[in-house]
Design a protein around this ligand. Structure first.
Ligand code: FEO
Ligand code: CA
Ligand code: CA
Ligand code: CA
Length: 672
């Protein structure tokens, strides 16, 4: 085994520049989901015609105090300018002065003064013993299966010893971008097989000499693991074995090869990692003629043509008509057991799972909160039948590994209260879809509720949301936060207009909903809720920052959420370049006290990239992000980003050396 240290960068370099981002991400990651008809054609939102009083009363609250930062932003010059530094903000233990927003042409990571960054691991870095060093021009599926995968999204860094000098890095790999991964003349089958190996998840051991230092990854460590689109999974829960999950390859409906389009996720109290299978539909060639296929966006558009190599991707084949039903689940991986079989949990329902985040309630049951990331889709909650068992005994662990296999699934309905009482914006309830092993939806069997969850939910009038991404409980204040990333279709002709919990038509910047369980208890089936943020450039009308009147950083398209040790919220973004002209970012948001709603930008990722998987170890002075899809618009032959192997603009890239963009996990540590 060898540890692998990548160079430390003390400060951002002057970035090379290129054009603005295009729709490559939309095409490769989501199958152009936002350019296609909205799959939810149901008349479901219970309060669909309620006028948006919450938005109008909030807009009045925005004062001139928010204007300052936007003016500063236009003067930004790649490197943090001490003249613009502001004092460290109110929330959280990490001391930093918010950086200015970074123009979308800067091809580098930008961090606050006093911090340095370096990549821990990059796409193609070898993980498993025997895996070769990355050589993009000679890549093979075998090499990739032993190397860190592409487009890392969910991320956790889990310390594994008391001295905090050892840790596990767990990341998933959402999708591939063949145009920049390979030379254009690579044969199609090789490219497809590499892509399968570049999907999935990675588990990698980390080491360091002492606390506060940057981590290094350990090549060939015992717990290192790659999970790909060829790794055997088991299917468990009430729908396992269902006719709806059987194929020619798996007549039992209980096993499946691989996982893909893994977006966000969550780490459980028993040490496993959950990951959401999101835009799985785009990988299949399907007839798209049934209501079920249509509701999940399955159709004949199949740009990857994977069926040319493996017939299971052809859902028009009688042998594989159910293969799409075997994706769209929450998967659970035990990173401490590299020999374990990862699981797909049917009890948690099937939709375009962004992720799943777990909290143990006062009575010991496990509550998982989940978003279905599609315009006008829903927020869900799963409650385990069994109770969480404390302790690290083998028996407790075995018990806890079954918690997500059985339980009740429900979907959220939000109602406005129309009252300006200063307490909440409304109330809500969790509408049951399954309970005690039975379907609660007339006309749907239990298996149908779980496999066709979207259609079952349509029948019970939940609230259509603006693309709910991370839905995450805050373990300090007991509330749950919903990142609604955007929905430019809301209010368009023939589409649902603003509602109380989704208050903005043509919502290009997104918003954050804060759920307050009744009695402060997750076991309640009702809740109150608030709009915490209505995102955007603070100088524009209609934005809202929790009532905070001071300077805030511009923020748009909130995606992944995390909390630091004080329960302060951190938000990473996906789409700021197109929405407000700045590189995607990581922001801290104060949740309590007089500075509630204060947004402070901590970092920005390079041009074309999205900030994913934030992990905040504030007591350790560290922040980690996954830098996904840098330079997404380029090609192998003409890269549009050189992150993280920076090549100064205008200089020649050495012959035979691939210096194009590599999705990476970046750590930010104190430099003084
Ligand atoms: Fe993969 Fe919901 O973003
Ligand atoms: Ca996401
Ligand atoms: Ca998260
Ligand atoms: Ca996203």
């Amino acid at each position: 085994m060898t540890t692998t240290q990548l160079p430390l960068r003390a400060r951002p370099m002057a970035g090379n520049t290129h054009g603005t981002r295009s729709a490559v991400t939309c095409h490769l990651r989501c199958g152009d989901a936002c350019f296609k008809p909205v799959p939810n054609t149901s008349e479901t939102s219970y309060f669909r015609d309620v006028a948006s009083t919450a938005l109008s009363r909030r807009s009045l609250l925005r004062g001139a105090g928010a204007l300052g930062l936007a003016a500063v932003a236009t003067a930004f010059v790649a490197e943090a300018d001490p003249a613009h530094a502001r004092p460290a903000g109110g929330g959280g233990k990490l001391a930093f002065a918010a950086i200015d927003p970074v123009p979308r042409t800067v091809d580098d990571v930008t961090v606050p003064s006093g911090y340095a960054w370096n990549p821990i691991i990059r796409w193609g870095d070898p993980i498993l013993t025997g895996a070769p060093a990355f050589d993009g021009a000679a890549q093979s599926a075998e090499s990739q299966a032993g190397q860190f995968g592409y487009n890392c999204d969910y991320l956790d860094i889990i310390p594994t010893n008391g001295a905090r000098t050892r840790a596990l890095l767990v990341a998933n790999h959402e999708y591939t971008n063949e145009s920049i991964m390979f030379p254009a003349d690579l044969d199609a089958e090789t490219a497809i097989r590499i892509a399968w190996a570049a999907h999935g998840l990675s588990v990698v051991e980390l080491r360091r000499g002492r606390k506060q230092q940057p981590w290094e990854y350990v090549l060939g460590a015992p717990l290192n693991r790659r999970i790909t689109l060829e790794t055997p999974f088991s299917i468990d829960g009430p729908a396992a074995g269902s006719e709806l999950l059987r194929t020619a390859e798996d007549p039992t409906g209980t096993t499946v090869r691989g996982t893909m389009n893994n977006c966000a996720g969550g780490t459980t109290p028993w040490g496993t990692v959950l990951s959401g299978e999101e835009n799985f539909n785009q990988y299949f060639f399907a007839a798209g003629s049934s209501a079920e296929e249509a509701r999940y966006g399955l159709g004949a558009a199949d740009g990857r043509n994977w069926r040319s190599v493996d017939p299971r991707w052809d859902a028009t084949s009688p042998d594989y008509v159910n293969e799409p039903n075997r994706f769209g689940w929450v998967v659970e991986v035990d990173p401490e057991d590299p020999g374990s079989t990862p699981v797909k949990h049917t009890a948690m329902g099937r939709f375009k799972h962004e992720g799943a985040n777990v909290v143990v309630s006062s009575d010991g049951h496990v509550f998982a909160y989940m978003g279905d990331d599609e315009r006008f889709d829903y927020v869900y909650r799963f409650v385990s039948k069994q109770r969480y068992r404390k302790g690290a005994s083998r028996a407790a662990r075995r018990h806890n590994l079954r918690l997500l296999s059985d339980g009740d699934l429900s979907v959220a309905r939000f109602a406005g209260d129309g009252a300006e009482d200063g307490v909440s914006d409304g109330t809500g309830e969790w509408i049951p879809l399954t309970r005690d092993g039975r379907s609660m939806v007339p006309g749907f069997t239990l298996e149908e509720v779980l496999v066709y969850t979207r259609l079952a939910a349509d029948a019970v009038q939940p609230t259509k949301m603006d693309r709910p991404e991370d839905v995450e409980p805050n373990l300090v204040n007991g509330r749950v936060y919903v990142a609604c990333t955007n929905n430019s279709d809301r209010g368009r002709e023939g589409k649902e207009g603003p509602t109380e919990a989704n208050p903005r038509a043509t919502n290009k910047d997104g918003h954050i909903v804060e759920i307050v369980p009744s009695r402060g208890d997750h076991t309640a089936t009702t809740f109150e809720w608030n709009l915490l943020l209505i995102c955007g450039d603070p100088s524009t009308a209609g934005t809202y920052f929790g009532g905070y009147q001071g300077e805030v950083s511009p923020i748009s398209c909130p995606d992944n959420l995390a909390f630091d040790s004080t329960g302060t919220l951190w938000i990473s973004t996906d789409g700021q370049p197109g929405a407000i002209g700045y590189n995607d970012a990581l922001h801290r948001v104060t949740l309590s006290g007089r500075e509630r709603g204060r947004v402070e930008q901590f970092l920005a990722v390079p041009a074309g990239a999205e900030t994913c998987g934030p992990v905040i170890h504030d007591k350790d002075g560290s922040v980690f992000v996954a830098v996904q899809h840098p330079g997404e618009d380029g090609s192998w032959e003409a890269p549009q980003s050189y992150f993280p192997d920076y090549v100064p603009a205008g200089s020649k890239v050495p012959d035979g050396h691939f210096a194009g963009p590599r999705p990476s996990v970046v750590q930010v540590t104190r430099s003084r």
